[in-house]
Write a protein that binds this ligand. Structure first.
Ligand SMILES: C[S@@+](CC[C@H](N)C(=O)[O-])C[C@H]1O[C@@H](n2cnc3c(N)ncnc32)[C@H](O)[C@@H]1O
Length: 197
């Protein structure tokens, strides 16, 4: 598992064919994906969340982006619901386990504008012995979420078969009807994805 690559960021950005003003970037780490979104969406403000209080590369990103960047410290499972913004684009690259990812998808969905793109990293990451805390269950969570919500998504390894990326579209059907009709309001943090099979 590596940080988001430039080609993966390009592939994701190519799926976003509208102006982006508000980005939510879950999982700051070294700020690689944060910088990709600042560069690819030049009129956007990027808010990055991480549960590490002061990530080591934060100053560098703050210098580069000024008030186009905001760092939010906390666990995605709790802080996302508190943000009063509706985002044009949301990116998930955090814990890589099935339950956290599923909860993040649910929380992100309610903060994403209609017509927006919800993307993420490591769809194809299977875990490795060096990182026992990163189980590599992003695919399971994304597949379950999209099946449950009845929404379309795309995935590609792009230039890194060990990681891969995904995009989920919060869009409309051919008849103009909203495709994602089931609301996340029925999901509580204590619910597990397996309930929704
Ligand atoms: C793979 S790194 C993110 C890489 C980053 N997107 C990039 O491209 O450079 C994952 C980050 O997610 C953070 N993280 C993991 N679980 C989290 C959670 N539940 N809430 C907030 N941050 C979390 C970790 O502290 C770590 O910095």
């Amino acid at each position: 598992m590596t940080d988001t690559t430039a080609k993966q960021a390009d592939w994701i950005a190519s799926k976003v064919n509208y102006e982006v003003k508000h980005v939510l970037d879950m999982g700051f780490n070294h700020g690689t994906s944060t910088i990709w979104w600042l560069q690819r969406f030049p009129n956007a403000k990027v808010r990055s969340i991480d549960n590490v209080p002061i990530p080591q590369d934060i100053e560098q990103v703050q210098k580069l982006a000024g008030d186009r960047f905001e760092f939010i410290e906390g666990d995605t499972q709790f802080v996302v619901d508190e943000i009063p913004t509706i985002f044009d684009f949301i990116y998930i690259d955090t814990a890589h386990d099935r339950l956290t990812t599923f909860r993040e998808l649910v929380a992100a969905w309610s903060k994403l504008k209609q017509g927006g793109v919800l993307a993420g990293h490591d769809y194809h990451y299977k875990g490795d012995s060096c990182r026992p805390n990163w189980p590599g269950d992003v695919k399971t969570a994304v597949d379950e979420f999209c099946k449950y919500m009845g929404v379309r998504f795309e995935t590609d390894v792009v230039d890194d078969p060990t990681t891969g990326v995904f995009v989920i579209y919060k869009d409309y059907g051919k008849d103009g009807a909203i495709r994602a009709t089931k609301s996340s309001m029925f999901l509580k943090p204590t619910d597990t994805p397996s309930k929704f099979h």
